[in-house]
Design a protein around this ligand. Structure first.
Ligand SMILES: *Cc1c(COP(=O)(O)O)cnc(C)c1O
Length: 386
């Protein structure tokens, strides 16, 4: 028996929904994608949703719609998946990082404030801040929004981990404090469409811009059509390409899967929170740093990361793998990746993210992990660390 760190849950209703599309509906550009977009928007209490073929595509489109281009700066946290930073580079912008808060493992607000204050003096403020809700725990968005008002940057929430999480009693994705929120539906994420993602916003103009970039930059919308290029001979078939867009569409097969998955999200999250609570109670006596949940947040706990303090992390990691426990490490700080070091970043640039990484181990956590399996993980941790 091998217990992975994360795993999707596919039930008969998911399978039947996909088979129904295969038998009876359009495979792409049918009704399932708009239905899924509406269902996600309703769940997240946000005005607009555009479904796309990955979270990475959604991050890219968010940057494009906000006008990120050569000469612009985008800031994010080093404790994230590389895609949160890569999207800025796709647009020709430069990327920089802000160190983490060791307690929440999210971007540090004192560090952010300090760096913004310095950047203002040298006229090098970021155009966009990519706020990542690590492990599902929302960043303190009210505080980030206050800084955005003061320093004039746009906010994208990378909520790839955080569909089903709550900030101040309201669902992550409502974009009350951001221009866009990005979701991912990769199989380890809160719900899955195999590959997939979504882009949420309350801003109608940004919604239209992001739809364009996700669909070839081509439109039939009367309010977007550039009339001076249209002639009297152009009939009902007429469309225009007005931007250089991409084909980032989600298929209807995937949207159908997303729709059934979404009906089960609250159950998935309840189970994840139960598992989080059990780990936190039963690991408390061991020499570990455990994840915390500030009062403003109710995390969906996408992953459960412990930090080993007085043991060799590699030894603990290898022992767990040997005992059939599929641990992982989230994340190698992005600035330490060779590609980023070649851009000029070095070891020591973001010491809190590096110190966190040195001890981090992600334990198994997913909706159908049984309490017996979890107790085995806990007992194994006790025997290695005890
Ligand atoms: C998974 C993930 C992404 C990328 O999502 P994909 O759907 O795999 O492209 C981006 N950011 C974070 C924080 C993620 O965990």
């Amino acid at each position: 028996m091998f217990i992975p760190y994360g795993n999707h849950q596919i039930d008969d209703d998911d399978i039947n929904a996909v088979v129904d599309v295969l038998k009876n509906h359009f495979l792409t550009q049918g009704q399932k994608v708009p239905e899924f977009e509406q269902a996600i928007a309703d769940y997240c209490q946000v005005s607009y949703c555009t479904a796309v073929n990955s979270g990475t595509s959604a991050l890219h489109v968010a940057c494009l719609a906000l006008g990120v281009t050569k000469g612009d700066r985008v800031w994010t946290t080093p404790n994230t998946f590389v895609a949160s930073a890569n999207c800025a580079l796709y647009c020709g912008a430069t990327i920089d990082f802000v160190d983490i808060d060791p307690a929440t493992r999210n971007i540090s607000l004192p560090e952010l404030t300090k760096k913004l204050t310095q950047a203002k003096l040298t006229n090098s403020l970021p155009k966009v801040l990519m706020a990542v809700h690590f492990a599902g725990l929302p960043c303190d968005m009210k505080a980030i929004k206050a800084l955005s008002n003061e320093f004039g940057f746009k906010i994208v929430e990378d909520a790839s981990h955080a569909l089903g999480s709550f900030y101040n009693e309201l669902p992550v994705g409502n974009c009350l404090y951001s221009d866009f929120t990005v979701l991912s539906f990769h199989p380890v994420k809160p719900i899955t469409t195999a590959e997939g993602g979504a882009l949420l916003t309350n801003n109608e103009c940004l919604y239209k811009r992001s739809g364009l970039f996700a669909k070839h930059g081509v439109t039939r919308a009367p309010d977007l059509i550039e009339d001076q290029y249209k002639s009297q001979d152009d009939g009902a078939w007429y469309y225009q390409q007005i931007e250089l867009g991409y084909n980032y569409r989600l298929s209807d097969l995937q949207a159908a899967l997303g729709l059934t998955q979404l009906t089960k999200l609250d159950g998935f999250i309840n189970k994840r929170r139960q598992l989080w609570q059990r780990y936190t109670e039963k690991l408390a006596h061991l020499p570990l740093v455990l994840p915390i949940e500030p009062n403003y947040a109710k995390s969906g706990w996408h992953i459960y990361v412990v930090e080993v303090t007085n043991h060799d992390r590699q030894h603990v990691f290898n022992q767990l793998i040997e005992q059939g426990i599929g641990v992982q490490v989230h994340y190698i700080p992005v600035h330490l990746q060779p590609y980023y070091q070649k851009l000029g970043f070095s070891v020591g640039d973001f010491p809190c993210a590096e110190a966190y990484y040195a001890g981090a181990i992600t334990l198994p956590l997913f909706p159908h992990l049984t309490f017996e399996q979890q107790d085995y993980v806990i007992a194994t941790m006790e025997s290695i660390l005890g």
